[in-house]
Design a protein around this ligand. Structure first.
Ligand SMILES: [Fe+2]
Ligand SMILES: [Fe+2]
Length: 186
């Protein structure tokens, strides 16, 4: 089987590679804390940003190759998780649907997120290398076993940031926000 470590070591920028290993560490810690499968959390984290640094040309080629919607051609931010999930499945022989979904939805979240999806989503946001206003609040919530609260807060601030820059907001992000509001009785 292909080695994902070889791939990311060769293709990711040093910064992205460091982030990826940070997400791995964080995801395994959270899996331990919240009772999810540590091996699956590690695997999803390892693959999650494998295509975050590809060129526009490569993005277009891969969107065609894996049959993704045309709209992904102009949005690497939304496409990279979908492409990673497709490649994990087709090229690396990983067929655990929960791992593939955690990778696929790591950028947007979605309604009815599973525990593994929440772990990857929030590990991506709070891994040790992350440093932005509000990140410590998320870390505290996760520490206090409120992973839902942390995901909700993170999704809300992502939507707010996109709105303030007049950028496209994926439907799944809005659905994730509604889902957490319903769960939390907001
Ligand atoms: Fe990502
Ligand atoms: Fe990431």
């Amino acid at each position: 089987m292909k080695s994902i470590i070889d791939y990311i070591e060769k293709n990711l920028t040093p910064k992205r590679l460091k982030h990826t290993y940070g997400v791995c560490k964080q995801a395994v810690e959270l899996a331990k804390k919240y009772g999810a499968d540590e091996e699956k959390a590690y695997k999803a984290a390892l693959f999650h940003d494998m295509f975050k640094d590809i060129s526009q040309e490569k993005l277009e080629e891969m969107v065609d190759l894996y049959g993704l919607d045309e709209r992904y051609k102009c949005n690497l931010n939304l496409a990279h998780g979908k492409l990673a999930a497709a490649v994990m499945n087709k090229e690396y022989g990983i067929n655990y649907s929960d791992v593939l979904d955690a990778v696929s939805y790591h950028t947007t979240g979605r309604a009815e997120m599973t525990l593994l999806e929440k772990i990857i989503y929030i590990a991506d946001a709070i891994e040790p290398g992350r440093n932005y206003p509000g990140v410590d609040d998320l870390r505290k919530m996760v520490e206090k076993e409120d992973i839902d609260g942390a995901c909700y807060l993170s999704i809300k601030s992502t939507i707010r940031n996109l709105e303030s820059q007049s950028l496209f907001i994926d439907e799944d992000s809005m659905k994730a926000k509604d889902y957490f509001e319903k769960r939390r009785g907001i």
